[in-house]
Design a protein around this ligand. Structure first.
Ligand SMILES: Nc1ncnc2c1ncn2[C@@H]1O[C@H](COP(=O)(O)OP(=O)(O)O)[C@@H](O)[C@H]1O
Ligand SMILES: [Mg+2]
Length: 450
C-alpha cells in the first residue's frame, strides 16, 4: 500500500510571506542570524520557539499570544513562521480585526468561521484507484440536441505500469475531466475508482515529447505494480469546510435561496453535527485534529464583545492557536472610554503571552530585501540592493519590497537583465509610499474638493 499526501495548497498563504519556511532556530532554540527565510528579530523568534514547545507539550491551554511592535517589523511573518514550524499542513488563517464589522455577518459569526477555518482535520482514507501511464486515449463524441457541435460522450483509454496494463471505456464524466486536464499519451494519471475523480500526476519519464513539453509538467516515474491498487491517502479539511458542506447539503433540500445563504450563517446545529462526525472519526482512529493558527491583525480594533468571544474560544475543546498583533500602545478599548494597554481588556491581557518586535537595522533590512528579491526572481546589481536598503530605512521595509517588481519591469523595458539603481529610482518616482501619497492629497486638497 502506498502513502500519498494531498496538500492543502498554498492559495491562502499570503505571497508577501512566501519566503518564510520556519522560525530558523537551532536545536537549542537559538535563532540563527538568517534562517527559515527570517532575518534578525532573534528574541521574538526564540520566544516563538518556546511557544512551539508549549504547544507540543499541550501547555498553551487557555492562553493566547500577542505580538506587539511597530509596522513592518515582522509580526505577521513570525505568526506564519509559527504555523510552518508546527507542520507543513498546519492551517493559517489571517483576519484583520476590522473584518469583524461586516454588514452581512454578525461579529460572532465572522469570528466563529475564522476559528473553524483554523482547525484542521487530517483524515486517513483507503482509496481504490486506477493508476498508470496513458498509452492510448481516444474521445467518443456524439451529436447533442442541446448544443450545435458534437459533445464528448466518453473515452477509450489504456493505462500501463511496469508490470500491468488495462483498457477502459470511460463515461462522459470521466472523459470530460480527461479532456479538461488535457491528458495526453505519456501522462501519468490516477482515477479514483469510487468517486471517479481524475488526477494528473505528471509526465512519465521516458515519454517526454520534444514538441509539446516546453516545461511545466512534473516528471514522474512510471508506476509499478497493478493498475488497480489501494492507496492510503491523507487529506486535510478544516472544520469550516465540513460545516459548509453539511450546510449546503441541508440547504439543497430546501431552496436555491438556502444554498446561496448557507455560507453566510452556519447554524449551531450544523456545527454540532460536524463536531460529532469528527469526534467519531477520531475515536475510530481515522482522523486527527491539526490545530492551526488564527492570526488577528490590528487586534486593538476589536470590541468587548469580540474580546469575550476570543477569550471563550481559547478555553473550548477544539481550539486553534490564537495570535493577536497590534502596533498600538495605550489606547481606548473600542466602543468605550476606557484606556488600556493595546486597547485590550485586562482579563484578556492576563491570558496573553506577549512577544515584542523591534525595528530592523539597515543590515537586516538589506538582507530581507535580498531574500524577497530572490523569492520574486528579481535580479539586482549590488548598488540597486543598497539603494533599496536606503529606501527601506528612510521610508519603510514594505515600500522597498513593493518596489522590487516595478523595478524589474522597468529594467526589462530598458533591455537590461539586472535591475540597476536608476531603475529603482524610476520605480520610486512612479509609486509613492504612504507618506508621499498623503502629502500629495494635502497639497492638492483644495483642488480635490472642488
Ligand atoms: N525578520 C524577517 N525576516 C524576513 N522577512 C521579514 C522579516 N520581517 C518582516 N519580513 C517581511 O517584510 C514584510 C513586512 O513584514 P510584516 O510581517 O508584514 O510586518 P508587520 O506584520 O509587523 O507589519 C513582509 O513581506 C515580511 O515577510
Ligand atoms: Mg502585519
Amino acid at each position: 500500500m502506498e502513502e500519498v499526501k494531498i496538500p492543502l495548497g498554498r492559495a491562502k498563504a499570503p505571497s508577501l510571506h512566501s519566503h518564510i519556511t520556519g522560525l530558523g532556530l537551532d536545536k537549542d532554540g537559538k535563532a540563527l542570524k538568517v534562517a527559515g527565510g527570517l532575518v534578525g528579530q532573534e528574541e521574538a523568534r526564540e520566544a516563538a520557539g518556546i511557544i512551539i514547545d508549549m504547544i507540543r507539550k499541550g501547555k498553551l491551554g487557555g492562553k493566547g499570544i500577542l505580538i506587539a511592535g511597530p509596522p513592518g517589523t515582522g509580526k505577521t511573518a513570525i505568526a506564519i513562521a509559527i504555523a510552518r514550524e508546527l507542520s507543513s499542513d498546519t492551517p493559517f488563517v489571517a483576519l484583520n480585526a476590522s473584518e469583524v464589522y461586516s454588514v452581512e455577518k454578525k461579529k460572532s459569526e465572522v469570528l466563529m468561521q475564522a476559528v473553524r477555518k483554523a482547525i484542521g482535520v487530517r483524515v486517513r482514507e483507503r482509496k481504490r484507484v486506477y493508476e498508470g501511464v496513458v498509452t492510448e486515449i481516444r474521445y467518443l463524441r456524439k451529436r447533442s440536441r442541446l448544443y450545435p457541435y458534437p459533445v464528448i460522450a466518453g473515452a477509450e483509454l489504456a493505462l500501463e505500469t511496469d508490470d500491468d496494463s488495462r483498457r477502459f471505456t470511460a463515461g462522459p464524466e470521466i472523459a470530460e475531466q480527461l479532456y479538461r486536464l488535457n491528458v495526453r499519451k505519456g501522462d501519468v494519471i490516477e482515477i479514483d475508482a469510487d468517486e471517479g475523480v481524475v488526477r494528473k500526476l505528471g509526465r512519465a519519464r521516458g515519454y517526454e515529447s520534444r514538441v509539446f513539453d516546453i516545461g511545466g509538467d512534473v516528471l514522474v516515474d512510471k508506476p509499478s505494480g497493478e493498475v488497480e491498487k489501494v492507496k492510503e491517502v491523507t487529506r486535510i479539511f478544516t472544520l469550516h469546510d465540513i460545516d459548509v458542506s453539511l450546510a449546503l447539503q441541508r440547504a439543497a433540500f430546501t431552496s436555491l435561496f438556502g444554498v446561496l445563504t448557507a455560507e453566510r450563517e452556519i447554524s449551531d446545529e450544523v456545527r454540532r453535527k460536524t463536531d460529532e462526525i469528527v469526534k467519531k472519526m477520531i475515536d475510530e482512529g481515522r482522523a486527527e485534529i491539526v490545530p492551526g493558527v488564527l492570526f488577528i491583525d490590528d487586534a486593538h480594533l476589536l470590541d468587548l464583545e469580540s474580546y469575550s468571544f476570543i477569550t471563550k474560544a481559547m478555553e473550548s475543546d477544539f481550539t486553534p492557536i490564537i495570535i493577536l498583533a497590534t502596533n498600538r500602545g495605550i489606547t481606548k478599548i473600542r466602543g468605550t472610554d476606557v484606556e488600556s494597554p493595546h486597547g485590550m481588556p485586562r482579563d484578556l491581557l492576563d491570558r496573553l503571552l506577549i512577544i515584542t518586535t523591534r525595528p530592523y537595522t539597515r543590515e537586516e533590512i538589506r538582507e530581507i530585501i535580498r531574500i524577497r528579491a530572490d523569492e520574486e526572481e528579481v535580479p539586482l546589481v549590488d548598488e540597486a540592493l543598497e539603494k533599496l536598503a536606503d529606501i527601506g530605512v528612510e521610508n519603510s521595509l514594505r515600500y522597498a519590497i513593493q518596489l522590487l517588481e516595478p523595478s524589474r519591469i522597468i529594467a526589462e523595458r530598458r533591455g537590461r537583465l539586472k535591475v540597476e539603481p536608476e531603475d529603482v529610482d524610476a520605480a520610486a518616482r512612479l509609486f509613492s509610499d504612504v507618506k508621499r501619497s498623503v502629502e500629495a492629497i494635502e497639497r492638492y486638497k483644495d483642488l480635490m474638493l472642488a
